[in-house]
Design a protein around this ligand. Structure first.
Ligand SMILES: [Zn+2]
Length: 261
C-alpha cells in the first residue's frame, strides 16, 4: 500500500520496487548543497526517510502550482533533515503539505484590547498550523539566500509544536537539559533582539527577533544551511541544536572549507 502510494507520487509506474534513480537524487540534491554538511554515510538514511515522508503526507499545489517529482523529493529531503536522528514520529498527527508558487498572503483577524476586530493580510513564505498542515512557498532556481530555508523553518515549528505551543522549546531528546536549553536560548535571544533593536545589520535573519518560537526556527535554518555563522554568533545555541538534531554540520563545513581550492 505504502509502496504503491510512493510509486504513484513519484510517477514511477508499476515497478516492483519503488526507487528513485541516482541521477534524479543527484539533480535534486545538487540544489541543496548544505546536505553535504551531513556525513556521506547518512545520505541513504535521509533518502529513505524522505520516501517514507512522501508516503505518509499529502501534498497539494496551491494557486495552480503543479508539483513535480523533483519538487516533492526536494521538499521531503529538507523536511526530513531536521528529523534524521529524531524520527518521523515527530511529524505525526497531521498530513498536509501545501506548496505555494512564491510567497503568499494569509488573511489574519485580531481583536484589540477594546474588543475591536482588525482584519489584515499577511505576506508570508510559510506557515505551520498546530495539528494541521504545513504551508511552504516554492522558489524555482536559487531565489533563497544561503542561510534562509523556508522548509526547515516551518518544520522546526512543527518540532516546537510537538509538545504544545510555539515557544522555542521542543521536546528535548534523552539526556538533554531543559535548563541548559533555556539558558542558551534566552541569552542568545536577548542579545539578538538588542542588536536588531539597535538597527545592526545582523547576519542571521532579523525575523528571529519576533518571538522565541521564531528564533528557534530561524537558528535551525542557519544551523543546517550556514552552520559556521551560528557557531560564530551563538556557540551555546549551536551546541544545544547539535544535541537536539544529533548532527554536527559545522564540523563538516569546516572540513570542506579546508579542502576547497
Ligand atoms: Zn516562523
Amino acid at each position: 500500500m505504502v509502496f504503491a502510494r510512493i510509486r504513484h507520487w513519484l510517477g514511477l509506474g508499476a515497478r516492483e520496487v519503488p526507487s528513485v534513480p541516482d541521477d534524479q537524487w543527484a539533480r535534486v540534491e545538487g540544489r541543496l548543497p548544505f546536505l553535504d554538511f551531513l556525513p556521506a554515510e547518512d545520505r541513504p538514511r535521509l533518502r529513505a526517510l524522505a520516501l517514507e515522508f512522501l508516503a505518509v503526507k499529502q501534498f497539494h499545489g496551491a494557486h495552480g502550482l503543479v508539483l513535480d517529482d523533483d519538487m516533492l523529493l526536494g521538499i521531503a529531503l529538507q523536511a526530513c533533515l531536521p528529523i534524521l536522528n529524531i524520527g518521523l514520529r515527530a511529524y505525526a498527527g497531521w498530513v498536509g503539505v501545501i506548496v505555494y508558487p512564491g510567497d503568499f498572503v494569509i488573511p489574519r483577524r485580531e481583536y484589540d484590547e477594546a474588543g475591536v476586530v482588525h482584519e489584515y493580510e499577511d505576506e508570508v513564505l510559510g506557515e505551520a498550523w498546530e495539528g494541521g498542515p504545513v504551508l511552504v512557498s516554492w522558489f524555482e532556481g536559487e531565489a533563497q539566500p544561503a542561510g534562509v530555508n523556508v522548509v526547515i523553518h516551518e518544520f522546526a515549528h512543527k518540532l516546537d509544536m510537538e509538545n504544545g505551543g510555539v515557544d522555542g522549546l521542543p521536546r528535548l531528546r534523552a539526556g538533554m537539559s531543559r535548563q541548559a536549553w533555556a539558558t542558551a536560548f534566552s541569552e542568545a535571544y536577548e542579545a539578538f533582539c538588542d542588536e536588531v533593536d539597535k538597527g545592526v545589520e545582523t547576519e542571521i535573519d532579523p525575523y528571529g527577533s519576533e518571538h522565541p518560537g521564531e528564533f528557534f526556527a530561524v537558528v535551525s535554518e542557519v544551523f543546517f544551511e550556514a552552520p559556521s555563522v551560528l557557531m560564530r554568533h551563538f556557540p551555546q545555541v549551536y551546541a544545544q541544536l547539535r544535541q537536539f538534531y544529533g548532527v554536527d554540520p559545522a564540523a563538516r563545513e569546516a572540513m570542506f572549507a579546508e579542502t576547497a581550492p
